[in-house]
Design a protein around this ligand. Sequence first.
Ligand SMILES: Nc1ncnc2c1ncn2[C@@H]1O[C@H](COP(=O)(O)OP(=O)(O)OP(=O)(O)O)[C@@H](O)[C@H]1O
Length: 863
Amino acid sequence: MTAFDSEFQPTESNHPTAPHSDTRLVDRSKLSKMYQHYVEMKDKYPHALLLYRVGDFFETFFQDAVTVSRELELVLTSKHGGEVGRVAMTGVPHHAWERYTTQLVEKGYAVVICDQVEDASEAVGLVRREVTRILTPGTLLEEGMLKASRNNYLAAVVIAATHWGLAYADISTGEFLTTQGSDLEHLTQELMRLQPSEVLFPTNAPDLGSILRPGETSPHLPQCLPPAFCYSLRSQVPFSAGEARSRLLQKFKVRSLEGLGCEHLPLAVRAAGGLLEYLADTQKENSVPLQLLRTYTVTDYLIVDHQTRRNLEITQTVRDGTFHGSLLWALDRTNTAMGGRALRRWLLQPLIDIKGIQARQDTIQELVENTALRQDLRQLLRQIYDLERLTGRAGSGTANAKDLVALADSLSRLPELSELVSEAYSPFLRALQKVPAKLEELAQKLHAHIVESPPIHIKEGGLIRSGVNNLLDESKATVEADQQWIANLEVDERSKTGIPTLKVGFNKTFGYYISISRAKSDQVPSNYIRKQTLTNEERYITPELKEREARILSARDDLNQLEYEIFVALREEVGEQAEVIRNLSRAVAAVDVLCGLAELAVNQGYCRPQMVPGREIQIVDGRHPVVEQSIPSGFFVPNSTQLGHQSATDDKGQMTNDNPDLIILTGPNASGKSCYLRQVGLIQLMAQTGSFVPARFAKLGVCDRIFTRVGAVDDLATGQSTFMVEMNETANILNHATSRSLVLLDEIGRGTATFDGLSIAWAVAEYLATDIKARTIFATHYHELNELAGMLANVANYQVTVKELPDQIIFLHQVQPGGADKSYGIEAGRLAGLPAVVIKRAKQVMGQIEKHSKIAMGLQNLD
Ligand SMILES: Nc1ncnc2c1ncn2[C@@H]1O[C@H](COP(=O)(O)OP(=O)(O)OP(=O)(O)O)[C@@H](O)[C@H]1O
């Protein structure tokens, strides 16, 4: 049972006159007709909030009114509901429904819009109302409800023992992908990467159709599904192999799924088919244009698990979860919303295919070298709106005329874009050299049909230019002539009647009228018919005035309808081109990302890393891309890195530690160990994204995974201690890392007794260096670990240096060979003002410990 349901356990009100607030308890036969209809609708959507159009408002009644008034802090009122008495009610003005619905959806509710589908003034009996839209967190299209800078993913998951299928779509941009795997940990990591707004999960739970809001638990959800997301519990039927497959075949009009790459991936097919069914169920008449389904494999990309993504602060900082200070913040120089979203996707899913990486690098390089091209492109890209989402809204029939003008403006920039890149030779720029002629024609047509600055509402006219449609022009001319006649009426009647203060006015109730001050009412001509008497004036109509008015009003309705029809036809034409426009949008987005990365490379002095097939990681004068932008220019101290043991030998054939697999990094607090560790991880990740990197030179073997274990954060949510979290993360690394992984460990074993911690740290480092041979940087305060380098050829010691003055330590932030053998902790204590006697004693204790802790020697004896 969801929290949503539990709030509405039928409870009989004690108060005899309290308004009814539960549809399940009310005597329906005593409800008035409209409420009976409302209750029928509510029965169909028990788990959603039903917004029901009544005149100028979207109202909610009964239990929904209670929820909505609480969630939106609106006043809960009541209304007469027939013989039953009063019914709880709260509502929002119809023009503001988007704003209020956004808030409800953000809180994890599904919202059903039940709108009037006929003109209230023409309705016989009850106005016809239908469900026109169902909004759930993962199925939004409206501009105001979406964040421009990130995708809004709807995911669907199928689990069979340890195997899983995952499909996801962003219906606002049309992306639709599916995959399957056999390790549930990968499923969790994929979901954490995608951060979907809603996840569909097929189950046989009794409360099908409900949405579990973030943090809500259900016995029907398996452990591998992170509780941070909204889960929609769905029937298993559309997720069955047969149904899902035929839905996909039908949607993409194909005979087999071979071409989509998932013919032999039953779980991927089941997830994708189930997702399509949900879209059909929620989108009603708006059919959403989706790109052709793409199948991918998780291991085709660099695997960056959630902890690592968090520790490396890819999209938000660890400390306060802000975008400012993240890698994305430091790298984003894109000029379009599409580019911004693409950069985020790229950073969350870096490549392992060298050719793919080099194609991006080639494009950046061309743009770095050709400054004029880069600047011109960036200038032009600024004028391109969100083509992906505009097309989505056009295709689903939710775009307004302003959207189509924005789309036309953007499409008409594309020929200029292709002209700019006509001489380009790198792959991503060449992809823009040809713009399909039909898109140019479409842009011209839209511009020729729709006025430059149309109103938001599409049913109230004022959208279409003259010269587009003869009938429209003729009706417009008639209306204008009648309006002119009315405009002249004031002057004509003043001269006819000799009343200089006579006025022609208009109001909603009476339409046009002639107003005469009461003092002059005796001079009124006989054909004037009195309609209304006010304190100082009398209002009249004439048969002729009413005839003109009737003509204007009816012609205006026809005009608005005709304009609407022309507009809808144009919108459909755009929808038909959705696939072509979106293919091009993706190419534009990629060029925007690469242009931004090129700009960054030039401004920040990045270099093109050489990507090599081996295991080597060689970085000369590397910098941390975020820290260097956060401190004054020139203050960041660059440091080099050399990792990836190649059985290095010196001139005499002796093994050396020059090119180790594992570095033990020591240094005092705040000297820069964490910064260095992250810098290496970020440079590797940036390089596999295709970006240039903050270094003087870099030669990098492609990694399969990056792991980090950084800092100590209590996982209060799961009730795990700092130490257990640390051990879990470490276990995960040791169980999954390979010799092609990059492992960054900061402070292993600090959350327990010193000797336990040191022993674990030692054993972990040794295992990584000897068994896994992963490239590892191990930052630690246990300088005893420096002894490892004496035992293992592929381990080297490095330290972050400081300069000691009598009463202070100066941080040099320089990473140099060698191990710190000094306890800076005691030094720091002295600087902090610990009494001299305590410091002295601490040094004595330290000396004793060191005397008895020659670990390497002891272990050799053990071996
Ligand atoms: N290479 C560098 N150049 C300039 N400033 C640096 C550099 N490295 C680190 N810093 C600065 O030093 C501060 C401390 O660095 P960091 O947190 O990496 O230290 P640490 O050695 O990991 O400390 P602790 O052991 O206490 O965790 C950083 O916030 C950064 O501003």
